[in-house]
Design a protein around this ligand. Structure first.
Ligand code: ADP
Ligand code: ADP
Ligand code: MG
Length: 767
């Protein structure tokens, strides 16, 4: 028994050792599992890193995937992704619930380290799954890992089964032994008490072993339960895994779909891009063709322009050439100009010099010519006669009355304007003067004949113009005229003014006028302050032999207005008396003395010309006027002075050595203007009226007497030589009706009779 007891003890110890061994094995297994989980954790870490990298890669790719349409697609995908994520989150929630359930299931075996490990693993797994869901690319790997883990779990199970089998064997063995032992015990029972006791102790001891066995068995059962539970959990987990794989597959399919969509979108995009590219190409082509056409046009233009340019180039060249030439010329111009100016100046000065000399020469010639002209003029005037006698017949006026007394007694020769016929006492007497103005002759016409005389006054000649005739014959009319129809006085002055103005360039002229009258042989100043004062005619004290009248007013006139004033002034002072012959009969001689003084600025030559315009007193005979007393004395004075004038003119024309200027105040005063180169015009005024014929006859006789001696020295001599015989031949027939003849110098026999008639007339008048 003891031995068996010892053996049992030993057995028990061995069993204990085996238990310990088993426990150790379990611990080792647990350790193994821990290391496995650690390894898994490390793998999870690496996976996480890779995931991060992938995410980064995706981000990078996303950032790379630019473009408008692609971006839109990307955004759409992102939205879809978000939606999927949310779905995944929902899945996660479900998973969480499942896990919660699991945890509740696991709660009873919380103390088991395997379970804890499993829970941790599951958590990691869920994490992995979550991450795997987020990252479709790494799911396969995760799958693989899961597969590995399942494999390992299977291994663990296998091992667990092995250990269970071993334990079953052990139990079998133990139960066999127990049976053996029981048999032994039964055999022993039949043996003594001691043995019984031993058996009992052994039995007790075996009970203890039995209890331990029971415990071990219960524990084993528990473990088995655990393993079963584990298996269930694993199954669930596998299911979950399957589900998640399914979801993953779904997700993958979705992803694939998205990818395909993306691809499609990409394709579309590409297509669009291609279309756009094509369009672009087309547009480019179009633009190109258009541009080519335009280019062609431009080329053509260019060609035109080029040809233009080609044609323009020579022009430009010539232009530039011209321009350069011009520039050069312009540059040289000042010098050239100066040179030209210098030469021009020299030329000009030379020309001026030449002109000067020519001028001097011309001046010399001009002076010579002037002298010559003067000489010629003098000669001409001398030939023509310095003294000319004109006749003027006034028209019949109202004053002449009516009836036979007012009949016209004067007729004219149509062919000869120097002849007039007077019907006197039934006989026609012819008179020949230098010119005869008929009644219709105008003031203008009369002045036309006079104006040459007036002009010569400017040249420095003295001129006398007398109006002679009976009162009322038109003396005043001829000399002064009317306001509307001015006479010689005003016209002469006007002419002088205009002539002087015309010569103003070379000459300085001053024109002065004096007005005087001689009444009863007394000279009176008509412009003076004291008109009653009698003026004396005196010789110039300078010994020049010139006469002058001290105290005679001389007024400078410059315009027609001035002259008019002078005339007006003179008129007021003029003494006029009424006779029974004519209301306006003037009994005094009226003189207008115009002095023209000239200075030739270029030569310094001085000239002085005097124009004496004399309105003589009436020439009617005293007996006829019926005057008495003072009137008679007046008439006598007038007759005396008029005959003295006739004498002087006669003496002058016949070039007698002695001219009786002193016989009257008038001739004495006009001595300068009657002698020498002076020119005298006697305007004999006659009335055509029948009643005036005797006075007319007297006036015409006077005129002819004055005129008839106008002859050159030779002819004059000849005439003078033949004077006595002519006188003798035709002594008693005055005013014969013989035709007038004027050719004095011609000795032709045809003209001899006319000359003898002229001489006859002369003899009559002088006689
Ligand atoms: P006188 O001065 O000789 O005495 P007037 O000159 O006073 O004469 O003339 C007398 C009148 O005759 C005036 O009324 C004048 O107007 C007029 N008379 C003189 N001559 C002419 C003429 N040629 N034409 C017109 N009327 C004239
Ligand atoms: P004077 O000037 O010297 O005083 P005038 O010439 O007046 O002299 O002459 C005086 C007078 O003598 C005048 O009446 C004039 O007619 C007259 N007489 C002078 N010389 C002659 C002459 N040669 N023949 C005629 N009469 C003369
Ligand atoms: Mg009169």
């Amino acid at each position: 028994v003891m031995a068996s007891m010892a053996h049992l003890q030993k057995e028990k110890l061995r069993l204990q050792e085996e238990l310990l061994e088993l426990q150790e094995k379990l611990a080792a297994q647990e350790n193994n599992e821990l290391s496995l989980s650690l390894q898994l954790q490390g793998q999870v870490e690496t996976l996480k890193e890779k995931l991060l990298e992938q995410a980064q890669e995706i981000n990078r790719l996303r950032s790379e995937l630019g473009g408008t349409d692609a971006e839109k697609h990307r955004d759409l995908l992102a939205a879809e992704n978000e939606r999927l994520r949310q779905e995944m989150k929902a899945c996660e929630g479900e998973l969480q619930e499942l896990r919660e359930l699991q945890r509740q299931q696991q709660a009873p075996c919380r103390d088991c380290p395997h379970l804890q490990e499993n829970a941790g693993l599951q958590e990691q797994l869920s994490q992995l799954q979550r991450e795997a869901e987020e990252t479709r690319a790494k799911l396969v790997e995760l799958d693989l890992e899961v597969q590995q883990k399942t494999n390992r779990l299977a291994e663990v199970e296998l091992r667990l089964k092995d250990s269970l089998a071993e334990r079953a064997e052990e139990e079998e063995r133990l139960s066999r032994r127990l049976r053996d032992s029981q048999e032994t015990i039964a055999s022993l029972k039949s043996q003594p008490q001691q043995i019984k006791y031993i058996i009992k102790t052994v039995e007790v001891e075996s009970a203890k072993a039995k209890q331990a066995l029971c415990e071990t068995q219960s524990r084993n059962q528990y473990l088995q339960e655990q393993v079963g539970m584990q298996k269930q959990v694993l199954k669930e987990m596998e299911q979950q895994l399957q589900r998640s794989q399914k979801t993953e597959a779904q997700l993958r399919a979705q992803i694939m779909m998205y990818e395909s969509e993306l691809e499609r979108a990409h394709g579309q995009m590409l297509e669009e891009m291609q279309a756009m590219e094509e369009e672009k190409n087309r547009a480019i082509e179009e633009a190109f063709s258009r541009a080519q056409v335009e280019m062609k046009a431009v080329h053509e233009n260019l060609a035109g322009v080029r040809t233009n340019l080609l044609t323009l180039q020579p022009a430009l060249r010539t232009l530039t050439h011209d321009y350069n030439n011009l520039k050069r010329q312009v540059r040289d111009f000042p010098q050239l100009l100066q040179e030209t100016l210098r030469s021009a100046r020299a030329e000009i000065s030379q020309a001026i010099e030449e002109v000067h000399s020519t001028n001097r020469e011309l001046l010399r010639k001009y002076r010579r010519e002037l002298q010559l002209r003067k000489k010629c003029h003098n000669e001409l005037v001398r030939l023509k006669g310095n003294i000319r006698v004109f006749g003027r017949v006034r028209p019949i006026t109202k004053e002449d009355g009516e009836g036979p007394e007012a009949a016209n007694a004067v007729t004219f020769d149509a062919d000869d304007d120097a002849v007039l016929y007077l019907l006197h006492k039934g006989k026609q007497v012819s008179f020949e003067l230098d010119k005869v103005f008929p009644p219709q002759a105008s003031q203008e016409e009369v002045f036309q004949e006079v104006q040459a005389l007036v002009t010569s006054c400017i040249d420095g000649y003295n001129v006398c113009i007398f109006a002679y005739g009976q009162t009322g014959a038109g003396k005043t009319y001829t000399m002064e005229g009317t306001a509307a129809n001015p006479g010689i006085n005003q016209r002469a002055l006007q002419l002088l003014f205009s002539e002087v103005r015309g010569k103003a360039a070379d000459w300085d002229y001053t024109i002065t006028v004096s007005a005087a009258e001689i009444y009863n042989e007394a000279l009176r100043d008509l412009l003076g302050k004291e008109p009653q004062e009698k003026l004396e005619i005196k010789l110039c004290p300078d010994g020049s032999g010139q006469l002058y009248v001290p105290g005679l007013t001389e007024l400078r006139v410059q315009s027609v207005e001035d002259i008019n004033k002078v005339f007006e002034f003179g008129h007021i002072k003029r003494v006029t008396e009424c006779t029974n012959l004519n209301e306006h009969s003037s009994r005094s001689h009226a003189l207008l003395i115009v002095t023209v003084r000239g200075l030739d600025r270029s030569t310094g030559l001085r000239t002085t010309g005097k124009l004496n315009l004399v309105d003589l007193a009436g020439s009617e005979r005293v007996g006829r006027s019926g005057a008495e007393g003072s009137r008679l004395r007046e008439a006598q004075h007038i007759n005396k002075s008029l005959s003295a004038l006739g004498d002087v003119i006669y003496a002058l024309r016949s070039r007698q050595g002695h001219v009786p200027f002193r016989n009257s105040k008038l001739t004495y005063l006009l001595q300068d203007s009657l002698s020498g180169d002076s020119k005298t015009l006697m305007m004999v005024q006659v009335s055509p009226a029948e009643k005036n014929t005797s006075e007319t006859l007297c006036s015409l006789k006077f005129a002819e007497r004055v005129r008839s001696v106008e002859l050159g020295p030779v002819s004059r001599k000849a005439e003078l030589g033949s004077w006595p015989s002519q006188e003798h031949l035709e002594g008693d027939s005055p005013g014969s009706a013989a035709p007038p003849g004027r050719g004095h110098a011609s000795p032709s026999p045809g003209q001899l009779s006319s000359r003898s008639a002229s001489i006859r007339r002369k003899l009559q008048t002088s006689g």
